[in-house]
Design a protein around this ligand. Structure first.
Ligand code: MRU
Length: 348
């Protein structure tokens, strides 16, 4: 993706180092974070320097490869097993994280070079998969459509194209007139900060809407289609995604608006029978209590935005039940959110 005149990837590796776009500073500052060890890369996932299911997965794959590069020859297996556990403890919900650590761990048993190659392969596959998601998803978008999306599932969240935003980019590219309603996505405001920034860079008309405006917009006929990303998809079609997704899906059904999830097969977890089994990450209450933004002097500042002394609850994801989902846009086509279709997809 282009920032100004330069091409950037969300995450990449050069030699032993991993480079990440520092997402905590966006959209106010554009900086690249350099991590020289697996530990630093794991920490970047934990502190959300990199976030979004696919980007987390690619970063975790690179972290695993770094662990192989760092491991002492006489204690390699112990070292990389410990590293794998540490990387996997950073964020529990995104399936892609575990998908990547498992693949790179197995590849590294053959050779260290093999681990690095596998990590790069995961990144390249995400690019191919999400491009195809764009092509398939574009078929759902008619000229003149208004599309609502929640959180950030663009190229910052999934290397190069994104998932939910990929069909939107594609439709815009082929000249369809589209408009995007961007859910703010409290508490970390991935919609207001990241999706809006991505869409602005692509010159796609959009507006940021408060998270609680969904019923109003949908009841007024403003939304033709909703597309969201996914952090983990269970074998029965239940989908974990950013908190607030589930209520939008219920609203979409009430108002007869198609509600689609966009995700590659690497986000599906066939060992997870239903959404009940998905571990939902509980994040620090400070994300709700405080907000960080630009002050009048143009400096980044963190301020308290809630009543002093009250505590906050901060579940990061919810699970949308399969019955509310019109379909899942994958790199192999659009499928129903149901057990049989998912089993067929994962076998193909
Ligand atoms: O907590 P985050 O920012 O890592 O959340 C992940 C997400 O960006 C969303 O849930 C997204 O819709 C799916 S990731 C493509």
């Amino acid at each position: 993706m282009k920032i100004g005149n330069n091409d950037y990837k969300t995450v990449w590796m050069e030699g032993h180092d991993v480079f990440l776009i520092e997402q905590n500073l966006l959209p106010f500052k554009f900086e690249i974070y350099k991590s020289t060890t697996y530990f630093e890369t794991a920490n970047a996932i934990k502190t959300m320097i990199v976030r979004g299911a696919g980007a987390i997965g690619v970063a975790a794959g690179y972290a695993m490869a770094q662990a192989f590069l760092q491991a002492p020859e006489n204690d390699l297996l112990n070292f990389v097993t410990k590293a794998k556990n540490e990387i996997e403890a950073t964020r529990p919900t995104a399936r892609n994280l575990f998908y990547a650590t498992e693949l790179v761990f197995e590849a590294g048993k053959i050779s260290i070079q093999n681990a690095v190659e596998k990590a790069n392969e995961i990144a390249s596959k995400d690019v191919d998969d999400t491009r195809k998601i764009g092509e398939f998803g574009n078929e759902l978008i008619k000229d003149g459509f208004s599309i609502q999306t929640h959180c950030n599932a663009g190229w910052l969240a999934f290397v190069d194209y994104g998932t939910a935003l990929s069909p939107i980019y594609y439709a815009n590219h082929v000249g369809k007139k589209i408009f995007v309603y961007v859910d703010e996505t409290r508490p970390r405001s991935q919609g207001a900060r990241l999706t809006a920034w991505e869409l602005k860079n692509e010159n796609i008309p959009h507006v940021i809407v408060p998270d609680n405006a969904g019923a109003y917009l949908m009841s007024k006929g403003k939304v033709d289609l909703m597309i969201v990303g996914a952090d983990r998809i269970a074998a029965n079609g239940d989908v974990a995604n950013k908190i607030g997704t589930f209520e939008k899906a219920i609203l979409a059904k009430e108002f007869g608006i198609p509600f689609y999830v966009a995700a590659p097969t690497s986000t599906f977890d066939d060992k997870c029978n239903s959404g009940n089994e998905i571990i939902i990450e509980n994040r620090n209450q400070d994300e709700v209590l405080f907000q960080t933004g630009l002050n009048v002097k143009g400096e980044l500042e963190k301020v308290l935005v809630c009543s002093p002394g009250s505590n906050a609850l901060n579940p990061a994801f919810d699970v949308t039940l399969a019955k509310y989902i019109s379909g899942i846009i994958t790199e192999k086509g659009i499928i129903k959110a149901e057990k049989e279709s998912i089993a067929l997809l994962l076998k193909s």
